[in-house]
Every structure is written in C-alpha cells, then in structure tokens.
Design a protein around this ligand. Sequence first.
Ligand code: DCP
Ligand code: MG
Ligand code: MN
Length: 356
Amino acid sequence: KKNLKGSVETGPNAALIEQLKCLAAHYSSRKDDAFRAKGYREAISVIRKQKHKIVTKEQALELPRIGSSIATKIGEFGKQGTIELVNNFAVDPRELAIGLFTGIYGVGQRIAEDWYNSGIRTLGQLKDVKLHHHQQVGLDHYEDFNTRIPRNEVTLHVEYVTQVAKKINEYLEVVVGGSYRRGEPDSGDVDFLITASDAHVSSLHLRMIVFEQLISALKTTGYIKADLTIPSSSKWMGAACILNSKTQTWRRIDILVVPNAEWGAALLYFTGNDIFNRSMRLLARRSGGSLNQRGLYVSPEFWFCSSMYLQSTQKGVVRGKDGIKIVPGTLVEGRDERKIFEVLGVKWRPPHERCP
Ligand code: DCP
Ligand code: MG
Ligand code: MN
C-alpha cells in the first residue's frame, strides 16, 4: 500500500497509518498547522507500536498522546475504511505533487514547492531537473528508502557490520540505536553507534578507524552502496544493502562515532524518540543544566541542583557529591546512560518506554 509519499507500512494498522500520514503531510505544508502535523506524527508513532488493530474512537482515546480530534478520525477509518478529509486532499494536485516530492531523500518542503510552482507534477518530469547527488540517489531509490525495514533485517545489518568491524579492531563495539533499540517492529533507517574502550583506542584513533578503515571496508565488500554524508557533519550517512538478500533493497544507514566518554549521552540521544529527547533536554534546562548528545552539563546561567549528585550551596556555586566545586559549563555525566537519568532525578526508563 502506498500513500502520497510512496512509503510502505506494515503491521495491523498499516492502512490507517497511511491515511494519518497524508493528514500529517498536509498539515506540515501549512505554517499555521505545524502543531496539527506534530499531533499526527506523534499519533502515528504510538499506533505503529500497537500489536492489535485500532478500530474505534474509544480504543484510540485509551492510547497515549491521542486526542479526541485524531481519535474521531481513527473511528471514522474503523467504520468506513477511509478518512473523508484524506479523500479531499488526495484530489488536490498541489498536495499530491508536494507529498510525492518530499518523499525523495534530500528534498524538503521548499524545494518541493519550487518544483510544483515551476509546473512539475510527477517524478518522471524530474529527469530534466538538475538534482544534487543525494537527491538523485533518493530519486533512484525512491521506493526502497520509503519502505520500512523489518526488525529481523536490521539485526542482519548490525551482525554484518559488527563482524567487519571486529576484524579491523577487536575493541570496536557496534550498537544500533533509534527505533530498533526502542524495540519497534520496523525502522526507517539503521542508526549505528560505534565506540571502543579508551584503554585500547584513543578517541582520535577511533574516528580514523571508523571513518577511514571501516567505511572503506564496507564499501569494498559491496555492503555500502552510496555516500550521503553532509560535509561538516560528524555522522556518516549513506545507503547499504544486505549482500545476499533476495530483494536487494537499499537501506538508509547512519554511522556515528562515539568517544567512550560520551557513550551514555550519545546512546540516550540516538535512542530517542525525538519527543522523549525534547522532554529530557527541557528537564535538564529546568534544573539549570543542559543536555546534548555529548553529555549533561551545568550551564553558566543557572545553578544546578539534583537530588542525587549535586547540591547548590550558594548562588552561582555548585558542588558535586564529593563537595567539589563544579565550574559552570562543566560536564557532569556523559559516559553512563543510567547516571544521566539519576543526575536529572528521573526514574530509569528502558528504551521501549521512550516513545511518549
Ligand atoms: N533525533 C532527535 N531529533 C531529531 C532527529 C533525531 O532527537 N530531529 C534522535 C532521536 C531519534 C534518533 O535521533 O530517535 C534517530 O533518528 P531517526 O530519524 O533515525 O529516528 P528513529 O530511529 O527514532 O525512527 P525511524 O525508525 O523512522 O528511523
Ligand atoms: Mg532511525
Ligand atoms: Mn537515523
């Protein structure tokens, strides 16, 4: 089943999700409706995790993050097998074309609108348009990149990359974060995090091993199919394909090199989801700290107080648990994911509970 964006959903609520995605896409193309789009995206991520078919409005209302307006649409779908509003949008040629174009990897709302305004309506017409390398790869593999990756295939990816990595350096550790670590049944891409113990590999050396040796080894074997990395990004981005698979579907993969000292913070960030991350960052800021993918810091503007680790004694002075003064801007915790929760005074949430 395909929606405007050409993506393919699986699971008991696939058809419903396709329709909700149309609504999300519709609202995200309108500035004033950004909050509506966000509501639909959140609802979709909740519904994707359901193992049973959601049919009634009441069922929908029992799920987290689904309000009465979206629940009504879900009920409508349950009864009629379609959402009236989607049918209205589906005949709007502007909506259709822009939805189609933004389904191309590397194409955002602005470019899609420009193309529409210059009279382009189909993917075929793009052959006369000058595309960037990444967009060309996105267009050539439109269907592949819009197909979610079954969990068992992601497992094959991590097994394969781990095996190649260990041959290069036995201390390399490979973990997949993102939706896979949250236990979701399928993923949009594969989010690799790679680290090594400090004692054996310095962080500078680690970058070199991964970005030079490992990436080129994976290109040589034919696993990596394309490089989609943005210059200046610390993340490698590209496309890869399980070598002996029948379908030979190209998958989007991200590879992040993480110094051991930042492992906990990076794991936390790249496990997401993005909504959960936003709430953790907000929490850190409210306590006078700041949280990013490298660590949890004490910010200069505030003083940090946490029940577990830190005590502020007088204004502007923050003391660690051993009474050691912490200079604002100092790293409090980065290595240990659990400790970041502790320092923030939040109960530990295993990855599968991080999809608010
Ligand atoms: N992330 C974030 N904010 C963003 C983008 C990403 O916090 N704007 C974090 C949370 C995500 C993680 O990075 O979970 C990985 O990003 P992905 O886009 O790969 O998202 P997921 O893996 O969660 O979902 P999908 O299955 O669609 O890949
Ligand atoms: Mg992902
Ligand atoms: Mn990703």
